[in-house]
Design a protein around this ligand. Structure first.
Ligand code: UD1
Length: 426
């Protein structure tokens, strides 16, 4: 497996353009199965998870080409609604295909999905939603088979505002007969992006971004070209990296509105942030201030996907901070690794108590999941000495060549490919 070798202690400085959003691109790629024809998607980042989704679409009979940041899909040749188990296990987002495939083919066979090891990650809300729309669901071991004639619009209340379940139900409802209303829907910006994409193809959806989404079923969709929104988690990761290294960074092609909660937290930590249209300027020259309480919650509250990165900043703060994780129970795996770098963090149930230290020290650490890996990279950039981050494939799931992006900001970071590993590190 590849490693990242980081020489820390250098403030980040410069300007970069932010990649398109993984979590918007994945459901949009899945939603493309609702139409027959050529769909073009711009600003699709080059990531492992996107590769997996494109491989699944090819397996289903589509033509899919990813050139630069543009994906061209021909979905008219799709002839299967069975997603092989090996592909399902590579990525949780494969579950997004359930709604679209069910709507298009009347049947879908999937398996319990894989993904980051950050918690239980059930799919009961997805299945309840599809059942409410008229599907029958049969589970046998890890295999799940859903069947339906034309789906029928209905009222669906989600017990928890799950992002994926909201998206899956929206996609299934687009071609259903009649009206579907989803209450207690998730409000994440990626859901709004999915609504915009589907409406561009002729769907009739309103309400994404609020907790009530209404989908009026239509008979067919028309292919379109669409540009994916900027990635708010990548934007946030670089912002925290700039603050933790006490650098000065300009980020272009962002949507600052999507980062309101992070901007609020960083300002409380004493970081300077200026926003101008789609540009964010961030700078810090002094030790961060501790924050008594940061709690992850569904959007627009503070995102779980930025919890580990912000913890690095708080690990360097002056005073004691508390970070509470309410979305995923297994999302403190970075804590042990940060402690190996000199951080002073104690976890009790779903809260981390972070006593800031004045300095982190380079160490060999392991990325256990995507965002934990990003946090370790930030820690390595801020630390004194050399850090080696192992298991970089987790980071590659969500960041387009993170070493190239950070290298543009002056970071001393290098990828050591697996094949070279022995020669360099024996
Ligand atoms: C999405 C994001 C992920 C982010 C998460 C929360 C994508 C591709 N991924 O994941 O980066 O961390 O939102 O913001 O967009 N749950 C159930 N039953 C279900 C579905 C979810 O109990 O059927 C629970 C989960 O176990 C978890 C919580 O709901 O505790 C949130 O999950 P959800 O919002 O569904 O996250 P994802 O869509 O998987």
């Amino acid at each position: 497996m590849d490693k990242l070798v980081i020489e820390g202690g250098k403030p980040l400085s410069g300007t970069i353009v932010i990649q398109g959003a993984k979590n918007a691109a994945l459901p949009i790629l899945a939603a493309s199965m609702l139409v027959e024809g050529k769909v073009m998607l711009d600003h699709v980042p080059r990531l492992l998870d996107i590769d997996v989704m494109l491989n699944i679409l090819r397996e289903l009979g589509c033509e899919a080409v990813h050139e630069g940041q543009t994906v061209t899909l021909d979905t008219s040749t799709a002839n299967s609604s069975h997603i092989p188990e090996a592909l399902m296990r590579q990525m949780r987002s494969s579950i997004f295909l359930m709604g679209p495939l069910l709507a298009r083919f009347g049947k879908v066979t999937v398996y319990q999905p894989g993904g980051c090891a950050i918690g239980e990650r059930k799919i009961d809300l997805h299945l309840q939603g599809l059942t409410a729309l008229g599907a029958t669901v049969e589970e046998e071991g890890s295999r799940i088979v859903c069947c339906a004639g034309r789906l029928k619009g209905t009222e669906i209340h989600l017990d928890f505002p799950s992002v994926g379940a909201t998206e899956n139900i929206m996609m299934a409802a687009v071609l259903a007969e009649g009206m579907t209303t989803i209450t207690n829907a998730a409000r994440e910006p990626e859901i709004q992006d999915l609504q915009h994409f589907l409406n561009r193809m002729g769907a009739k959806i309103i309400g994404a971004g609020t907790d009530t989404i209404t989908v009026e079923g239509v008979n067919r969709l028309e292919p379109c070209r669409y540009q994916v929104i900027p990635d708010r988690i990548v934007t946030g990761t670089v912002m925290v990296a700039a603050a933790a290294t006490r650098g000065q960074v300009t980020l272009q092609h962002t949507n600052p509105v999507h980062l309101t909660s992070l901007i609020h937290v960083l300002r409380r930590a004493g970081v300077q942030i200026a926003v101008d249209g789609d540009i964010i300027k961030i700078g810090s020259s002094s030790r961060p201030k501790a924050i008594d309480r940061v709690v992850t919650s569904p959007y627009p509250a503070f995102p779980t996907d930025l919890q580990s990165q912000v913890m690095v900043l708080l690990a360097l703060a002056d005073g004691v901070s508390v970070m509470k994780e309410t979305i995923f129970e297994g999302r403190f795996k970075h804590v042990d690794e940060l402690c190996r770098m000199g951080a002073d963090i104690r976890v009790d149930l779903n809260s981390a108590f972070i006593r800031g230290v004045s300095r982190l020290y380079g160490a060999t650490v392991e990325a256990t999941d995507l965002r934990a890996g990003a946090a370790l990279v930030i820690a390595g950039l801020a630390a004194q000495g050399k850090t080696v981050v192992e298991q970089v494939h987790h980071i590659d799931r969500g960041y387009d060549r993170i070493e190239t992006m950070l290298g543009r900001l002056g970071a001393r970071i290098q990828r050591v490919p697996a094949a070279m590993d022995d020669r360099v590190y024996r």
